[in-house]
Write a protein that binds this ligand. Structure first.
Ligand code: PEP
Ligand code: MN
Length: 339
Protein backbone atom coordinates (compact mmCIF):
# COMPACT_ATOMS: atom_id res chain seq x y z
CA UNK A 1 0.00 0.00 0.00
CA UNK A 2 1.27 3.48 -0.73
CA UNK A 3 0.09 6.82 0.66
CA UNK A 4 0.64 9.91 -1.47
CA UNK A 5 0.80 13.02 0.71
CA UNK A 6 -0.05 16.62 -0.11
CA UNK A 7 3.13 18.59 -0.83
CA UNK A 8 2.01 21.12 1.76
CA UNK A 9 2.44 18.51 4.55
CA UNK A 10 4.81 19.74 7.23
CA UNK A 11 7.74 17.58 8.36
CA UNK A 12 6.12 17.34 11.77
CA UNK A 13 2.81 16.05 10.35
CA UNK A 14 4.65 13.54 8.16
CA UNK A 15 6.60 12.38 11.22
CA UNK A 16 3.35 11.86 13.15
CA UNK A 17 1.87 9.83 10.34
CA UNK A 18 4.96 7.64 10.09
CA UNK A 19 4.91 6.87 13.79
CA UNK A 20 1.17 6.09 13.59
CA UNK A 21 1.84 3.59 10.76
CA UNK A 22 4.89 2.08 12.47
CA UNK A 23 2.91 1.87 15.71
CA UNK A 24 0.71 -0.66 13.87
CA UNK A 25 3.70 -2.91 13.27
CA UNK A 26 4.47 -1.88 9.69
CA UNK A 27 7.64 -0.37 8.28
CA UNK A 28 7.67 2.69 6.04
CA UNK A 29 9.73 3.88 3.07
CA UNK A 30 9.51 7.58 2.45
CA UNK A 31 10.42 9.24 -0.83
CA UNK A 32 10.27 12.96 -1.28
CA UNK A 33 9.79 14.14 -4.85
CA UNK A 34 9.57 17.67 -6.08
CA UNK A 35 5.80 17.74 -5.98
CA UNK A 36 4.79 15.02 -3.58
CA UNK A 37 5.83 12.84 -0.69
CA UNK A 38 5.14 9.13 -1.03
CA UNK A 39 5.09 6.71 1.89
CA UNK A 40 5.34 3.01 1.07
CA UNK A 41 3.77 0.78 3.73
CA UNK A 42 5.43 -2.61 4.07
CA UNK A 43 4.13 -5.49 6.19
CA UNK A 44 0.66 -6.65 7.13
CA UNK A 45 -1.39 -3.86 5.56
CA UNK A 46 -4.65 -5.46 6.74
CA UNK A 47 -3.90 -3.63 10.01
CA UNK A 48 -4.46 -0.30 8.28
CA UNK A 49 -7.87 0.92 7.22
CA UNK A 50 -7.16 2.59 3.84
CA UNK A 51 -10.25 4.80 4.17
CA UNK A 52 -9.11 6.07 7.56
CA UNK A 53 -5.66 6.77 6.15
CA UNK A 54 -7.12 8.60 3.16
CA UNK A 55 -9.33 10.70 5.42
CA UNK A 56 -6.27 12.25 7.10
CA UNK A 57 -5.63 15.89 6.22
CA UNK A 58 -2.16 15.47 4.80
CA UNK A 59 -3.02 12.40 2.72
CA UNK A 60 -3.96 12.99 -0.88
CA UNK A 61 -4.53 9.40 -2.01
CA UNK A 62 -4.01 5.80 -0.93
CA UNK A 63 -3.29 3.04 -3.40
CA UNK A 64 -3.20 -0.70 -2.91
CA UNK A 65 -0.24 -2.33 -4.56
CA UNK A 66 -1.31 -5.94 -4.11
CA UNK A 67 -4.80 -7.42 -4.18
CA UNK A 68 -6.43 -8.28 -0.87
CA UNK A 69 -7.26 -11.79 -2.07
CA UNK A 70 -4.36 -14.16 -1.60
CA UNK A 71 -5.52 -17.77 -1.75
CA UNK A 72 -7.68 -17.14 -4.82
CA UNK A 73 -4.91 -15.12 -6.49
CA UNK A 74 -3.14 -16.48 -9.56
CA UNK A 75 0.02 -14.62 -8.53
CA UNK A 76 0.58 -17.06 -5.69
CA UNK A 77 -0.76 -20.10 -7.54
CA UNK A 78 -0.02 -19.75 -11.25
CA UNK A 79 -1.45 -23.07 -12.43
CA UNK A 80 -5.19 -23.57 -12.93
CA UNK A 81 -6.99 -25.31 -10.10
CA UNK A 82 -8.88 -28.42 -11.07
CA UNK A 83 -11.83 -29.13 -8.79
CA UNK A 84 -12.86 -32.76 -8.38
CA UNK A 85 -16.67 -32.81 -8.17
CA UNK A 86 -16.97 -36.56 -7.61
CA UNK A 87 -18.21 -39.32 -9.95
CA UNK A 88 -15.00 -38.82 -11.93
CA UNK A 89 -16.00 -35.30 -13.00
CA UNK A 90 -13.34 -32.59 -12.82
CA UNK A 91 -13.62 -28.92 -13.73
CA UNK A 92 -10.97 -26.32 -14.54
CA UNK A 93 -7.53 -26.50 -16.15
CA UNK A 94 -8.91 -27.75 -19.46
CA UNK A 95 -11.74 -29.85 -18.00
CA UNK A 96 -15.04 -28.42 -19.25
CA UNK A 97 -18.42 -29.43 -17.78
CA UNK A 98 -22.06 -28.59 -18.37
CA UNK A 99 -24.31 -28.41 -15.33
CA UNK A 100 -27.96 -28.74 -16.32
CA UNK A 101 -31.34 -29.33 -14.74
CA UNK A 102 -34.40 -27.46 -13.54
CA UNK A 103 -34.32 -24.31 -11.47
CA UNK A 104 -36.21 -26.09 -8.67
CA UNK A 105 -36.71 -29.73 -7.86
CA UNK A 106 -40.49 -30.10 -8.10
CA UNK A 107 -41.12 -33.85 -8.01
CA UNK A 108 -40.38 -37.03 -9.93
CA UNK A 109 -40.21 -35.17 -13.26
CA UNK A 110 -36.68 -34.36 -12.08
CA UNK A 111 -35.66 -37.93 -12.90
CA UNK A 112 -36.89 -37.61 -16.50
CA UNK A 113 -35.20 -34.22 -16.93
CA UNK A 114 -31.98 -35.68 -15.51
CA UNK A 115 -32.06 -38.59 -17.96
CA UNK A 116 -32.57 -36.22 -20.86
CA UNK A 117 -29.81 -33.77 -19.94
CA UNK A 118 -27.45 -36.67 -19.28
CA UNK A 119 -28.25 -38.20 -22.67
CA UNK A 120 -27.59 -34.80 -24.28
CA UNK A 121 -24.12 -34.67 -22.75
CA UNK A 122 -24.52 -32.70 -19.52
CA UNK A 123 -22.07 -34.01 -16.95
CA UNK A 124 -23.51 -32.52 -13.75
CA UNK A 125 -27.10 -32.26 -12.55
CA UNK A 126 -28.54 -29.13 -10.96
CA UNK A 127 -31.80 -28.45 -9.13
CA UNK A 128 -32.73 -26.25 -6.20
CA UNK A 129 -34.28 -27.94 -3.17
CA UNK A 130 -33.98 -24.84 -0.97
CA UNK A 131 -34.90 -21.84 -3.10
CA UNK A 132 -33.84 -18.25 -2.40
CA UNK A 133 -36.93 -16.45 -3.70
CA UNK A 134 -37.23 -12.69 -3.77
CA UNK A 135 -40.77 -13.02 -2.38
CA UNK A 136 -41.51 -15.06 0.76
CA UNK A 137 -44.83 -16.06 -0.89
CA UNK A 138 -43.13 -17.63 -3.94
CA UNK A 139 -42.32 -21.37 -4.06
CA UNK A 140 -39.59 -22.06 -1.51
CA UNK A 141 -38.51 -25.51 -2.71
CA UNK A 142 -39.11 -29.11 -1.59
CA UNK A 143 -36.39 -29.04 1.06
CA UNK A 144 -34.92 -32.39 2.13
CA UNK A 145 -37.28 -34.38 -0.09
CA UNK A 146 -35.84 -32.42 -3.02
CA UNK A 147 -32.31 -33.40 -2.02
CA UNK A 148 -33.40 -37.07 -1.95
CA UNK A 149 -34.75 -36.86 -5.50
CA UNK A 150 -31.66 -35.10 -6.77
CA UNK A 151 -29.35 -37.65 -5.19
CA UNK A 152 -31.47 -40.51 -6.51
CA UNK A 153 -31.12 -39.15 -10.06
CA UNK A 154 -27.41 -38.43 -9.54
CA UNK A 155 -26.77 -41.96 -8.41
CA UNK A 156 -28.82 -43.55 -11.20
CA UNK A 157 -26.88 -41.58 -13.83
CA UNK A 158 -23.54 -41.48 -11.99
CA UNK A 159 -23.50 -37.66 -12.11
CA UNK A 160 -22.47 -35.18 -9.43
CA UNK A 161 -25.34 -33.02 -8.17
CA UNK A 162 -25.19 -29.27 -7.62
CA UNK A 163 -27.74 -27.68 -5.31
CA UNK A 164 -28.08 -24.41 -3.49
CA UNK A 165 -27.41 -24.02 0.21
CA UNK A 166 -28.90 -20.97 1.91
CA UNK A 167 -28.44 -21.54 5.61
CA UNK A 168 -25.22 -22.29 7.50
CA UNK A 169 -27.28 -24.65 9.70
CA UNK A 170 -27.86 -26.90 6.66
CA UNK A 171 -24.21 -27.52 5.88
CA UNK A 172 -24.10 -30.69 7.99
CA UNK A 173 -27.22 -32.02 6.26
CA UNK A 174 -25.78 -31.37 2.79
CA UNK A 175 -22.48 -33.02 3.69
CA UNK A 176 -24.13 -36.02 5.39
CA UNK A 177 -26.43 -36.57 2.44
CA UNK A 178 -23.45 -36.51 0.09
CA UNK A 179 -24.36 -33.45 -2.00
CA UNK A 180 -21.46 -33.26 -4.47
CA UNK A 181 -21.35 -29.48 -5.02
CA UNK A 182 -22.94 -26.82 -2.81
CA UNK A 183 -24.10 -23.76 -4.74
CA UNK A 184 -24.02 -20.35 -3.09
CA UNK A 185 -26.45 -18.14 -4.96
CA UNK A 186 -26.23 -14.51 -5.98
CA UNK A 187 -28.40 -13.45 -3.04
CA UNK A 188 -25.97 -15.04 -0.60
CA UNK A 189 -22.74 -14.03 -2.28
CA UNK A 190 -21.82 -11.90 0.73
CA UNK A 191 -23.39 -14.01 3.45
CA UNK A 192 -20.10 -14.28 5.27
CA UNK A 193 -21.25 -16.76 7.92
CA UNK A 194 -22.50 -19.09 5.17
CA UNK A 195 -19.24 -18.68 3.21
CA UNK A 196 -17.21 -19.52 6.30
CA UNK A 197 -19.34 -22.51 7.16
CA UNK A 198 -19.01 -24.12 3.71
CA UNK A 199 -15.32 -23.26 3.97
CA UNK A 200 -15.03 -25.64 6.91
CA UNK A 201 -15.94 -28.59 4.67
CA UNK A 202 -14.09 -30.06 1.70
CA UNK A 203 -17.20 -30.19 -0.48
CA UNK A 204 -16.78 -28.22 -3.73
CA UNK A 205 -18.64 -24.90 -3.78
CA UNK A 206 -20.11 -23.26 -6.88
CA UNK A 207 -19.96 -19.61 -5.86
CA UNK A 208 -22.15 -17.22 -7.83
CA UNK A 209 -21.40 -13.55 -8.30
CA UNK A 210 -23.69 -11.23 -6.34
CA UNK A 211 -26.31 -9.30 -8.32
CA UNK A 212 -24.42 -6.06 -7.81
CA UNK A 213 -21.12 -7.65 -6.94
CA UNK A 214 -17.83 -6.60 -8.48
CA UNK A 215 -15.23 -9.11 -9.65
CA UNK A 216 -13.16 -8.23 -6.58
CA UNK A 217 -16.12 -8.87 -4.27
CA UNK A 218 -16.59 -12.29 -5.88
CA UNK A 219 -12.92 -13.06 -5.33
CA UNK A 220 -13.11 -11.89 -1.73
CA UNK A 221 -16.14 -14.17 -1.21
CA UNK A 222 -14.03 -17.04 -2.59
CA UNK A 223 -11.30 -15.95 -0.20
CA UNK A 224 -13.71 -16.34 2.75
CA UNK A 225 -14.33 -19.97 1.77
CA UNK A 226 -10.66 -20.72 1.09
CA UNK A 227 -9.42 -19.00 4.22
CA UNK A 228 -11.34 -21.62 6.24
CA UNK A 229 -9.53 -24.43 4.41
CA UNK A 230 -11.76 -25.34 1.48
CA UNK A 231 -9.89 -24.77 -1.79
CA UNK A 232 -12.56 -26.42 -3.94
CA UNK A 233 -14.18 -23.24 -5.17
CA UNK A 234 -15.72 -22.78 -8.62
CA UNK A 235 -16.58 -19.19 -9.56
CA UNK A 236 -19.76 -18.43 -11.48
CA UNK A 237 -20.69 -15.39 -13.58
CA UNK A 238 -24.49 -15.19 -13.70
CA UNK A 239 -25.14 -11.65 -14.83
CA UNK A 240 -25.22 -8.42 -12.92
CA UNK A 241 -27.83 -5.75 -12.39
CA UNK A 242 -27.45 -2.76 -14.70
CA UNK A 243 -29.75 -0.12 -16.20
CA UNK A 244 -30.68 -2.49 -19.04
CA UNK A 245 -34.20 -3.90 -18.79
CA UNK A 246 -34.51 -6.06 -21.91
CA UNK A 247 -32.79 -8.96 -20.18
CA UNK A 248 -33.11 -10.18 -16.60
CA UNK A 249 -29.47 -9.28 -15.94
CA UNK A 250 -26.49 -8.13 -17.99
CA UNK A 251 -24.18 -11.04 -18.74
CA UNK A 252 -20.74 -9.72 -17.88
CA UNK A 253 -18.70 -11.99 -20.11
CA UNK A 254 -15.69 -9.75 -19.50
CA UNK A 255 -15.62 -11.36 -16.09
CA UNK A 256 -14.65 -14.73 -17.60
CA UNK A 257 -11.20 -13.71 -18.92
CA UNK A 258 -10.79 -11.20 -16.08
CA UNK A 259 -11.34 -13.93 -13.47
CA UNK A 260 -8.98 -16.26 -15.32
CA UNK A 261 -6.37 -13.52 -15.33
CA UNK A 262 -6.72 -12.74 -11.63
CA UNK A 263 -7.43 -16.19 -10.25
CA UNK A 264 -6.55 -19.85 -10.74
CA UNK A 265 -10.06 -21.03 -9.83
CA UNK A 266 -12.38 -22.56 -12.46
CA UNK A 267 -14.95 -20.18 -13.95
CA UNK A 268 -18.45 -21.27 -14.91
CA UNK A 269 -20.98 -19.07 -16.72
CA UNK A 270 -24.75 -19.22 -16.30
CA UNK A 271 -26.53 -17.87 -19.39
CA UNK A 272 -29.97 -18.78 -17.95
CA UNK A 273 -29.99 -16.32 -15.04
CA UNK A 274 -27.84 -13.88 -16.99
CA UNK A 275 -30.42 -13.44 -19.75
CA UNK A 276 -33.73 -14.57 -18.22
CA UNK A 277 -35.22 -15.62 -21.59
CA UNK A 278 -35.03 -19.01 -23.27
CA UNK A 279 -34.36 -17.44 -26.67
CA UNK A 280 -31.12 -15.85 -25.50
CA UNK A 281 -29.71 -18.80 -23.57
CA UNK A 282 -28.11 -20.66 -26.47
CA UNK A 283 -26.31 -17.73 -28.13
CA UNK A 284 -24.95 -16.57 -24.78
CA UNK A 285 -23.95 -20.12 -23.80
CA UNK A 286 -21.89 -20.26 -26.99
CA UNK A 287 -20.42 -16.82 -26.31
CA UNK A 288 -19.41 -17.90 -22.80
CA UNK A 289 -17.63 -20.96 -24.24
CA UNK A 290 -15.80 -18.74 -26.70
CA UNK A 291 -14.81 -16.42 -23.84
CA UNK A 292 -13.08 -19.35 -22.16
CA UNK A 293 -15.53 -20.53 -19.50
CA UNK A 294 -14.61 -23.85 -17.86
CA UNK A 295 -18.25 -24.80 -17.73
CA UNK A 296 -21.84 -23.70 -18.14
CA UNK A 297 -24.86 -23.89 -15.87
CA UNK A 298 -28.10 -24.11 -17.85
CA UNK A 299 -31.70 -24.50 -16.65
CA UNK A 300 -33.73 -27.20 -18.40
CA UNK A 301 -37.37 -28.12 -17.72
CA UNK A 302 -39.59 -30.74 -19.36
CA UNK A 303 -42.49 -28.30 -19.47
CA UNK A 304 -41.25 -24.72 -18.91
CA UNK A 305 -44.75 -23.21 -18.89
CA UNK A 306 -45.54 -25.32 -15.81
CA UNK A 307 -42.22 -24.75 -14.01
CA UNK A 308 -42.54 -23.51 -10.44
CA UNK A 309 -39.65 -21.12 -10.89
CA UNK A 310 -37.72 -19.58 -13.79
CA UNK A 311 -39.83 -21.17 -16.55
CA UNK A 312 -39.21 -18.15 -18.80
CA UNK A 313 -35.52 -18.97 -19.09
CA UNK A 314 -35.69 -22.77 -19.18
CA UNK A 315 -34.74 -24.76 -22.27
CA UNK A 316 -36.83 -27.82 -23.11
CA UNK A 317 -34.87 -31.08 -23.35
CA UNK A 318 -35.11 -30.87 -27.16
CA UNK A 319 -33.74 -27.33 -27.17
CA UNK A 320 -30.99 -28.46 -24.81
CA UNK A 321 -30.02 -31.28 -27.21
CA UNK A 322 -29.41 -28.73 -29.94
CA UNK A 323 -27.61 -26.32 -27.62
CA UNK A 324 -25.27 -29.10 -26.51
CA UNK A 325 -24.46 -29.91 -30.12
CA UNK A 326 -23.58 -26.31 -30.79
CA UNK A 327 -21.53 -26.09 -27.57
CA UNK A 328 -19.49 -29.04 -28.80
CA UNK A 329 -19.04 -27.30 -32.16
CA UNK A 330 -17.81 -24.06 -30.55
CA UNK A 331 -15.51 -25.98 -28.25
CA UNK A 332 -14.06 -27.77 -31.25
CA UNK A 333 -13.44 -24.48 -33.06
CA UNK A 334 -11.69 -22.84 -30.12
CA UNK A 335 -9.67 -25.92 -29.11
CA UNK A 336 -5.95 -25.28 -29.22
CA UNK A 337 -4.91 -28.56 -30.71
CA UNK A 338 -6.73 -29.90 -33.71
CA UNK A 339 -4.83 -33.06 -34.53
C1 PEP B 1 -30.38 -20.61 -9.37
O1 PEP B 1 -29.32 -21.10 -9.78
O2 PEP B 1 -31.50 -21.14 -9.52
C2 PEP B 1 -30.35 -19.26 -8.77
C3 PEP B 1 -31.25 -18.88 -7.87
O3 PEP B 1 -29.34 -18.52 -9.27
P1 PEP B 1 -28.81 -17.05 -8.80
O4 PEP B 1 -28.39 -17.21 -7.39
O5 PEP B 1 -27.68 -16.82 -9.76
O6 PEP B 1 -29.95 -16.10 -9.00
MN1 MN C 1 -33.23 -20.37 -11.33
Amino acid sequence: MIAILRNSASDEAVGHLISWIEGKGLTTHVSRGENEIVIGLVGDTTRIDPFLLESMDIVERVQRVSEPFKKANRKFHPTDTVVDCGHGVKIGGGHFQVIAGPCSVEGRNLIDIARRVHAAGATMLRGGAFKPRTSPYAYQGMGEAGLDLLLEAGSELDMPVVTEIMDPRDVELFVDRGVDVMQIGARNAQNFSLLKEVGRTKTPVLLKRGMSGTVDELLMAAEYIMSEGNDNVILCERGIRTFETRTRNTFDLNAVPVLHYLSHLPVVADPSHATGYTRYVEPMALAACAAGADGLEIEVHDCPEKAWSDGAQALTPDQFDRTMERIRAIRFVIAEDHE
